[in-house]
Design a protein around this ligand. Structure first.
Ligand code: NAD
Length: 88
């Protein structure tokens, strides 16, 4: 079988790009939660950082987190505000 360039690139990525620990800010939101899912499915360990603010219903963000947790992949949620200087 002849491997395509895409298959060779994918093999190289899997071989030489080890899984990483990745922090996704806004990880409970619309874009962030999808980024988290993609990274988890690609084999990385993911931390989502989010303050679950009420710009729109926090219930939607909680549902996003439940969905990520249900994947049973290395996912951790950290509740916090990026602008909280005291926590830094
Ligand atoms: N189609 C849909 O179902 C849907 C759902 C949600 C949002 N949207 C839209 O998608 C677009 C992009 O969404 P997005 O992902 O950029 O926005 P988002 O609001 O969904 O995500 C941003 C996340 O960052 C978090 N955040 C904001 N400030 C923070 C701070 N200081 N510290 C920690 N966390 C903080 C918020 O709680 C939120 O969860 C927006 O226009 C939005 O209205 C669409």
């Amino acid at each position: 079988m002849i491997a395509t360039n895409f298959e060779l690139l994918r093999l190289a990525a899997e071989t030489y790009a080890p899984a990483m620990n990745i922090l996704v800010t806004g990880g409970a939101g619309f874009i962030g939660s999808h980024v988290c899912e993609r990274l988890l499915r690609d084999g990385h360990a993911v931390w989502a950082f989010d303050d679950l603010n009420d710009f729109y219903s926090p219930a939607i963000k909680q549902a996003n987190l439940r969905s990520l947790q249900s994947l049973a992949l290395p996912f951790t949620f950290v509740h916090g505000d990026l602008t909280d200087a005291v926590a830094g």
